[in-house]
Design a protein around this ligand. Structure first.
Ligand code: BYC
Length: 481
């Protein structure tokens, strides 16, 4: 393996030798002011001048790759960081399996690769835009810092895709890089590309659910792209995955802390029935059925990000060697899927049935299945809190057919168990399965900022450990500079 050290001397930290790549350096330096302008307009709404205890990458290995220090967000060192090159790497799957991995874009796959990079790139600034209001209501300085860490790293992930576009796609790449700064989450004229990235993230429970569920789609998609035969993409995604792990940690522990707080409050008040919602809410904590509804919403929105279950795009990207399967390198089949079949769940005459289809065309479905299994492990960790506190409740993942807008189930109205409902029955039961206006208003009423060192909003428990092992009352954000 070989990995260049990170060069922090220029405007753009990098380990891709920008100092000697004048064309790309100039393109990135030209793009930089527009990015900073976007960050100031569309990034976090408050605290842009407050020093935040942030981690910044100082290496690309698996150990000691980051340092923590106080940084004002607009001064964050966004950079271009690729995981070390693996000498002798070959294309791991598809029609070119076994050929040397590409260091340049194969001409015939240019358009397909560009589309993948643009879609991936588009999600990164979108999430920052979705979360920009949340600083105003952060439940603690610790959480505020975590929000900003996630935000600056999503910004860096945009840089990662923009580097690939500018380096390998010339003028087209420069134009795409400009467009990435122009689309806006939720905008009617110029929305972000994928559905879930145009939804609102109205409160901190949604933020934690988003980082648990939607960032996990990021993990799966990046893992599939990390297998790419286009080596610069593989190396880019491998390093992005290192950063992504913290985002899911924020989501998983955020929800765990909310569950802990609710269970503790219920026990202290002698409430055993989680469905005694009014009494639980009167304690100033989030009732568990509402938490389940938020999970239903964010899980179903995220499943749409896997695209159609049966997809020629996905088959083509696999055949081309551009996008593999999750953990392709650990699978033991032919890596070409020549005769393989895969079961796809589809609605037929009002019931859901599994049908075997050629595995090549079912790659989105397969990645979604891997995602569901991965998410289920995280949910089981949430459920440990119920076991530990003796509260009789379980969070469950809803059925994959529930509340879908893309793919096989888009036209069906399925409940959380996967029963297909009539339109009327769906309308009647919707508020029991998805957050209602009432639920939203209740959660909004809890969203009051807590900005004193070491204190937490009454609806969320403190974390077990501080960031970088800091003490509980550490001042993660120096609000007044
Ligand atoms: N919304 O053949 P199909 C992350 C479009 S998250 C709107 O099934 P394909 C992050 C599709 O574009 C990970 N449109 O599509 C997380 C296509 O349109 P065209 C992001 C949709 O290509 C948190 C048409 O429908 N990365 O990193 O097989 C915070 C036909 O669909 C949607 C990636 O997704 C949708 N949900 O699969 C920050 C990886 N779904 O081209 C960041 C790159 C489909 O016919 N992208 N369509 O006009 C891909 O691999 C694929 O494009 C997709 C879609 C998996 C997204």
């Amino acid at each position: 393996m070989s990995g260049a050290a990170i060069d922090y001397d220029g405007l753009i930290p990098n380990n891709v030798d920008l100092a000697h790549d004048l064309r790309v350096r100039k393109a990135l330096e030209t793009w930089h002011p527009g990015y900073i302008d976007w960050w100031k307009k569309m990034g976090p709404e408050l605290f842009q001048n407050s020093p935040v205890f942030l981690r910044t990458a100082v290496g690309v290995g698996s150990d000691n790759w980051a340092k923590f220090d106080f940084v004002r967000m607009p001064e964050y060192r966004w950079g271009v960081l690729l995981a070390p090159k693996i000498e002798g790497r070959t294309v791991p799957f598809g029609a070119h399996k076994g050929e040397p991995a590409w260091q340049e874009v194969p001409g015939e796959y240019r358009a397909m690769l560009r589309r993948l990079l643009v879609i991936q790139g588009d999600t990164e600034p979108a999430s920052v835009e979705q979360q920009r209001h949340l600083g105003a209501t952060a439940p603690s300085l610790y959480d505020l810092r975590n929000l900003f860490q996630v935000n600056v790293e999503e910004g860096r992930h945009l840089w990662a895709m923009v580097y690939l576009l500018q380096k390998y796609f010339g003028r087209d790449g420069r134009e795409e890089a400009e467009e990435l700064l122009k689309r806006r989450s939720g905008d009617t004229d110029s929305p972000r590309m994928l559905g879930a990235f145009n939804e609102r993230t109205p409160d901190w429970l949604s933020f934690f659910m988003f980082t648990f569920f939607t960032d996990r789609d990021g993990k799966m998609q990046l893992a599939a792209l990390a297998q790419s035969g286009f080596d610069p993409l593989s190396r880019t995604c491998r390093f992005m995955l290192t950063e992504e792990a913290h985002h899911m940690f924020v989501g998983e522990t955020g929800v765990t802390r909310i569950i802990q707080c609710t269970c503790d409050a219920m026990k202290a008040a002698g409430i055993t029935d989680p469905y005694d919602i009014e009494r639980v809410r009167a304690l100033g904590v989030i009732d568990l059925p509402t938490l389940q509804k938020k999970a239903n919403l964010h899980f179903s929105l995220t499943l749409d990000l896997f695209g159609n279950e049966i997809s020629t795009n996905a088959a083509n990207a696999f055949n081309a060697g551009l996008k593999g399967r999750y953990q392709e390198d650990k699978l033991t089949d032919d890596h070409q899927l020549i005769n393989a079949m895969y079961p796809v769940l589809r609605p037929r005459d009002g019931v859901l049935v599994n049908e075997d289809v050629p595995a090549l065309s079912a790659l989105n479905m397969r990645l979604r299945d891997d995602y569901v299994a991965d998410a289920a492990v995280g949910v089981s960790r949430w459920n440990r809190v119920f076991t530990q506190t003796g509260i009789d409740f379980r969070i469950t993942l809803p059925h994959v057919a529930f509340n879908r807008r893309i793919g096989e189930f888009a036209a069906a109205h399925a409940d959380t168990e996967g029963n297909v409902l009539s339109r009327e029955a769906w309308d009647q039961r919707k508020a029991t399965m998805l957050p209602s206006a009432d639920d939203a208003a209740f959660i909004a009423s809890l969203m009051r900022p807590v900005r004193e060192r070491g204190l937490f909003a009454p609806w969320i428990a403190p974390p077990r450990y501080g960031i970088d092992n800091r003490a509980g009352d550490f001042e993660y954000v120096k609000i007044d500079g």
